[in-house]
Design a protein around this ligand. Structure first.
Ligand SMILES: [Zn+2]
Length: 407
């Protein structure tokens, strides 16, 4: 028996006026989703009540790890996804490269990602920042090491030991755009150290040649670091011990790799998997099928595009992302899995992402579990149909249901 989980990130939504009061899943014709819904469909609370709705909490729950018990912060998962494992007593943070500007004597944040800085420019800025004596001195006092990437996202680790009861209060930079930076400096644990790091980073980066060149090209500079999202070491029970199945997770995003890593699952890189609408759907399916063929019992495919398109406020692109998931992921799975024997597929949205607000929402989502031994009559996978099916109040039970395991 082979088991496949497909997550269409943020594809579920509320009713939308432009779609005649339907949700995207209700409005679209999705024949392959319909096949999956033939065996079983229902509604699942993937985000427990009182827990913030995000891919981190929702996907942990879908993998059977109740975020109310195990979640310590998003940055820990992202760190694990790029090979940085926290030791007890250490605290990690996401470190963004931001664009700020001095306006009327105070710094104002224009972009939470240095207007999408990446590649050599991002790496050079960060390497030169870390090599700068002024910054190095402040970082050393704070016990901070930064793991540099080639994007605007970097991972900071405070070596500590940071006291167990220390509470960090930082602000997510994407939530305070066009506001004065000083209003959002951290409070709580290590506030002074983190604020000093931010201030010194601006002194070092403001006139860096990379930023001068960006400004000459009409781009925003990436001239300040912004640490946020503190988290401590997270231990997850081993997936294979928990469920008796070996597996592989296919995704484009470090957060999901991190969940896989901490769960003891493989997470190979797929070329062209971008997390955007033009992601390499075929490559992801091939990677999952190859893992199953090589002996894995379980494969997960995570597709970020519907969520990103919703954050961008682009309804046609959200619809297209869902159509491609149906035609380029589910269709080839249904066609090729029979060659490997009997199989079950769970398809769901990790959480809703709402066109109305362009942000995540924690209300329950529709799911389908297909079983090749009892395919049933094709139906629909959408919010309205699922509401008449099974009700799963505990999202962390759904993996056990897919795997026919008592967990
Ligand atoms: Zn998500």
């Amino acid at each position: 028996m082979k088991y496949v989980l497909v997550i269409g990130d943020g594809m579920s939504d509320d009713s939308i006026e432009a779609l005649g009061g339907k949700t995207p899943l209700e409005a679209l014709t999705l024949p392959n989703f319909g096949v999956l819904a033939g065996s079983e469909t229902g509604t699942c609370r993937t985000v427990p009540e009182g827990v913030p709705a995000g891919s981190d909490t929702a996907i942990l729950n879908i993998f059977g790890y109740d975020p109310r018990l195990c979640y310590t912060g998003r940055s820990v998962l992202e760190a694990a996804g790029v090979g940085v494992t926290l030791r007890p007593g250490e605290v990690s943070m996401r470190v963004n490269l931001c664009a700020v500007e001095e306006i009327g004597g105070q710094l104002v944040i224009h972009s939470h990602n240095g207007s999408g800085i990446e590649g050599d420019e991002a790496e050079t800025l960060m390497r030169d920042l870390l090599a700068d004596e002024r910054f190095a001195a402040v970082a050393e006092r704070a016990g901070l090491t930064i793991h540099v990437s080639r994007t605007f996202r970097h991972i900071g680790v405070f070596a500590g030991p940071v006291p167990e009861d220390a509470v960090f209060h930082t602000t997510e930079p994407h939530n305070v755009l066009e506001q004065p930076v000083a209003r959002h400096f951290p409070t709580g644990a290590m506030a002074e150290e983190i604020t000093a790091l931010m201030r010194v980073s601006y002194e070092v980066l403001r006139s860096h040649p990379v930023n001068q060149a960006r400004e000459a090209r009409g781009l925003l500079p990436a001239n300040m670091i912004w640490p946020w999202g503190a988290g401590r070491a997270m231990l997850l029970p081993d997936f294979t011990k928990k469920y008796g199945r070996r597996g592989t997770v296919i995704s484009a995003v470090p957060l999901v790799w991190g969940i896989a890593e901490l769960a003891g699952l493989k997470h190979p890189l797929v070329e062209g998997a971008t997390g955007e609408l033009d992601t390499n759907y075929t490559g992801k399916v091939e990677a999952a099928l190859a893992a199953l063929k090589a002996g894995d019992d379980f494969a997960a495919i995570h597709v970020e595009a519907p969520d990103e398109m919703t954050h961008a406020g682009d309804l046609p692109a959200k619809l297209e992302a869902i159509r491609r998931l149906d035609a380029q992921v589910i269709a080839p799975l249904l066609e090729r899995l029979p060659a490997l024997g009997d199989f079950r597929i769970l398809l769901l949205s990790d959480h809703k992402t709402l066109m109305a607000t362009r942000t995540h929402d924690g209300k329950p989502v529709p799911y389908a579990i297909y079983d090749s031994r009892c395919p049933g009559r094709p139906s629909r996978l959408d919010e309205a149909t699922a509401a008449r099916g099974r009700w799963m109040p505990e999202g962390c039970a759904i993996m056990g249901r897919l795997l026919e395991a008592n967990a």
